[in-house]
Design a protein around this ligand. Structure first.
Ligand SMILES: [Mn+2]
Length: 392
């Protein structure tokens, strides 16, 4: 008999799927949250003998680590497989196999490592369909899909969240056993398209609710949302590069998330200010009193950011004729170049003293200090006509 203890995300469940392809009914699989794994390991060590234990995609507590080593030394069968940097010390054990990057420099995932292990030990016959599935899981788990624009990997994860784990597992196993290539069926494509539309509509609505607030030295975009935090944070971040990060408030859950698209910003540091944590690009925290005051009380009265005009033909960013911006207090700004490396801003006909080396820097200055937005073509044309009149 085999037992697999794995994570309850796509990569963790990918391990369960490959294990069941290899062992069929001879493997018992349990998916765990990060916290739940230790109880499962304790239960296993207390109760099960003669079972080969796999642990994938998660680390155990120090105490369980010692107990597992003792179990192994006593003849217990055990294999630990992971791809997290924090687990590299498990390679000191005979039963530990941790690889972050393979020989070709490709980032690994738990599913890709377990698949490789099973094939190498002749426990599973490789096939194109399984190889394709494993690669999608790997790309999703390592964020490589974003760089490669591999939408299929993102859709596989979306599908994973749309159905139950049991249903996902069962469907995928059947498909991988019976098909030459991995695919989504017609019904899945349909619900995934519907999900995409739904996310798109949600983001368009949330875009109009975004407020701007300087918190400490950084500029935050603040928005309330209960769903689709990754997609929302990514999209709002890209549309507002003048903001250092996006703070997403979930009042019902009394939690907040932080997302950034910028390499020079580490939002785990921002979250740490409020006793939270996470990764450089995505982090979160519970909403404590300080966070509530800064992000809720002090932003509630603010007007949302106005969107830039989207379909202009004449008033376009970085134009050598100048780009016109307006504000809620009816100020008019023109960003225009003297030459390639010198950009100026004119505020209501008067040139401001700052000089900028790029158009982008001038725009960031305007948006941070005045919350200005790119005016519509009509406003621009009217502005130019007035200019001509005045010159006559
Ligand atoms: Mn993983």
């Amino acid at each position: 008999m085999y037992k697999l203890l794995s994570h309850n995300d796509l990569d963790g469940v990918g391990c369960g799927i490959v294990a069941k392809l290899a062992f069929g009914d001879d493997v018992k699989v349990r998916y765990n949250s990060i916290g739940g794994l230790n109880r499962e390991v304790e239960w296993f060590l207390d109760n099960e003998k003669d079972t080969f234990l796999f642990i994938t995609d998660l680390s155990v507590s120090e105490e369980n680590e010692k107990r597992l080593e003792a179990y192994y030394k006593n003849g217990g069968k055990l294999q630990f497989i992971d791809h997290h940097k924090t687990a590299l010390s498990y390679n000191d054990y005979d039963w530990g196999h941790v690889v972050v990057e393979d020989e070709e420099g490709k980032l690994t995932s738990a599913t890709s490592l377990l698949y490789e292990y099973l094939v190498k030990h002749n426990l599973l016959e490789p096939s194109d369909a399984v190889t394709e599935f494993v690669e999608l899981v790997r790309q999703y788990d390592t964020w490589e899909w974003e760089k490669n624009e591999n939408e299929k990997a993102q859709r596989l994860n979306a599908l994973f969240f749309l159905v139950s784990i049991d249903e996902f597992e069962e469907t995928m196993i059947k498909r991988l056993q019976s098909s030459e290539h991995f695919y989504f069926d017609e019904f899945e494509e349909k619900i995934l398209d519907m999900e995409d539309d739904k996310i798109g509509r949600y983001i368009r609505r949330k875009r109009r609710e975004l407020v701007q607030k300087k918190v400490g030295e950084l500029y935050a975009g603040v928005v309330y949302a209960e769903s689709y935090h990754s997609e929302l944070g990514n999209q709002l971040g890209k549309e507002n590069p003048h903001l250092d990060y996006i703070a997403i408030l979930n009042i019902g859950g009394r939690r907040m998330g932080f997302r950034t698209i910028h390499d020079h910003i580490d939002v785990s540091e921002v979250a740490a200010r409020f006793d939270g944590g996470g990764h450089a690009k995505a982090a979160g925290c519970s909403m404590n009193d300080t966070a509530f005051k800064l992000f809720v009380e002090e932003t509630f009265h603010l007007d949302p950011l106005h969107e830039d005009s989207r379909r202009n033909r004449f008033n376009v960013k970085a134009s050598s004729f100048g780009a016109l911006y307006q504000t809620r207090s009816d100020d008019i700004f023109l960003i225009y170049p003297k030459d390639e490396d010198h950009w100026f801003i004119q505020k209501n006909e008067e040139k401001m003293e700052h000089t900028f080396s790029h158009f982008q820097n001038a725009e960031i200055f305007l948006k941070r200090n005045y919350q200005a937005w790119l005016a519509r073509d009509e406003v621009f044309v009217k502005y130019l006509m007035n200019q001509v009149k005045e010159r006559k």
